[in-house]
Structures are given as C-alpha cells and as structure tokens.
Design a protein around this ligand. Structure first.
Ligand code: ADP
Ligand code: MG
Length: 238
C-alpha cells in the first residue's frame, strides 16, 4: 500500500508544454481515476508516475519519498496498458512469471505467486496457452496477473479496457475494482470514458489541456462541477 503525491508537476516536450502544474494527493488504497479527452496529458502524467517519462519540474513522492530519479523497476509499481503488451511467444504462465524472473525472484516463490494470481483471475485452465489462443478478456486478465504477481505498492492503468467490447468492458471493470479493493493496492487509472471514471473512482481527477480542473468524488464532481469544461465533460445536464 502506498500514498502518492504529485507536487506541481510540469512536463514539456521540447518547447511544447503539455502538463502545466498538476497537484494530486492520493491516499493509501485509494482508487483514483484520471479522466479527460484525448490529448489532455493523461498518459504523460501516468508515465511520469511510472518513471517511463522524466518530470520537467515538480516532485513525485511515493510513501513520502521523492522518486523523480528512481528507475521504473525500483518504484514498486505495476502498469497495465491498453494493448496488454503480452509476449506472443510465451505461455500465460511464462508471461506472468517473466517480470519476477528478471527480478531474480526464487523459483519456488515465482511458482507460488503465479499460481495464486491464476486462481484469483480464473486463469488456471489457460496457463499453458499462448496469448493468441485467448479471448480479449482473458488476455486482459493475464496482463492483470502479470501486475499482481509483482505485489506492487501501486497499480497504474492506462485505458486498459479500450480494446474490449462494451459488455466485456463492464465485466472487467468490476473485476478490476474488486481485485484492487481486495488487495488494497493504491490505483491510478486513466480513461477518456466518463462512465468508466464515475463507476470506478473513489475520487476522480478531471483533466483539461494539461491541468487538473477538478478533483473529487464522482457524485460531487457530477453534481457540482467547478468549471465549464468539467460541466460539459462530466456534469449533470443543466
Ligand atoms: P492523453 O493520454 O490524454 O491522450 P498524452 O499524454 O498521450 O494525452 O499526450 C498529451 C500531449 O503530449 C499531446 O499533445 C501529445 O501529442 C503530446 N506528447 C505525448 N508524448 C509526446 C512525446 N513523446 N513527444 C512529443 N509530444 C508528446
Ligand atoms: Mg493516453
């Protein structure tokens, strides 16, 4: 479990400023959803928390420790992407074990953790299969499994469900939420989908062109939008 603090985070690519000073305080075990239209800077923000992108200025603190210069592998973070990023030539089992192998986790422990994740995600019958022999939902579960086995302090999700059909999206949304609350792992979840944000979030961050326009519980944001942008994107029809 972990707290995350983003303190006046800014990001520029060359001369283009894409994040203009974002402050977010995330509590232990909280499920935070960053929602906003395409291009507003959601992925960039998430990638900075993961350490996949440098911060131009500002500080990121995980459990009170500044991590700006810390490598992704050393941040105790697991990330789930939209395209799953599974290794096609590896079985489900090997995909889930891979990160642990790289981290030199003892073999017996790898076996145990993979088995536990497979049980949690109902992947036990599919452990020997290759990703191409799985449905979209099953692939998404493998990506989740790969994140869980690392026992991270923080889960980061970047539009993890956008490749799934509507029905499966709803089901996987529930599964992600259930798993996150069961494990109590702090989650930062990015989506452009307002409904997804409303249903998943303890608190949501509504982003608009590189700024966090409003942060609050879904109902609060919905019924009391603080800017015209938020009103248009999330708010109840006037
Ligand atoms: P979102 O995830 O909300 O769709 P992104 O964080 O991907 O938005 O992008 C925010 C802005 O930053 C966009 O204008 C995008 O073109 C720009 N951007 C993202 N990554 C890079 C990069 N590596 N180099 C230059 N510009 C980038
Ligand atoms: Mg994105």
């Amino acid at each position: 479990m972990a707290t995350i603090k983003l303190d006046n985070i800014k990001k520029s690519f060359g001369k283009t400023d894409v994040i203009h000073g974002v402050d977010i305080d995330i509590e232990d075990g909280e499920f935070i959803v960053i929602v906003g239209p395409s291009g507003c800077g959601k992925s960039t923000l998430l990638r900075m928390v993961a350490g996949l992108e440098t911060v131009t200025s500002g500080e990121i603190l995980i459990d009170g420790v500044q991590v700006n210069g810390v490598e992704p592998m050393d941040r105790d973070i697991a990330m789930v992407f939209q395209n799953y990023a599974l290794y096609p030539h590896m079985s489900v089992e090997e995909n889930m074990a891979y990160g642990l192998k790289i981290a030199k986790t003892p073999k017996a422990e790898i076996t145990e953790r993979v088995a536990e994740a497979a049980r949690m995600l109902q992947l036990e019958p599919y452990l020997k299969r290759k990703p191409r022999e799985l449905s979209g939902g099953q692939r998404q579960r493998v990506a989740m499994g790969r994140a869980i086995v690392r026992k991270p302090k923080v889960f980061l999700f970047d539009e993890p469900l956008s490749n799934l059909d509507a029905k499966l999206r709803v089901q996987m949304r529930l599964e992600i939420k259930e798993l996150q609350s069961r494990l109590g792992i702090t989650a930062l979840y990015v989506t452009h989908d307002q409904v997804e944000a409303m249903t998943l979030a303890d608190r949501m961050v509504v982003m608009n062109a590189g700024e966090a326009d409003q942060i609050g519980a879904p109902l609060e944001v919905y019924s009391n939008p603080q800017t015209e942008f938020v009103a248009g994107f999330i708010g109840s029809p006037a």
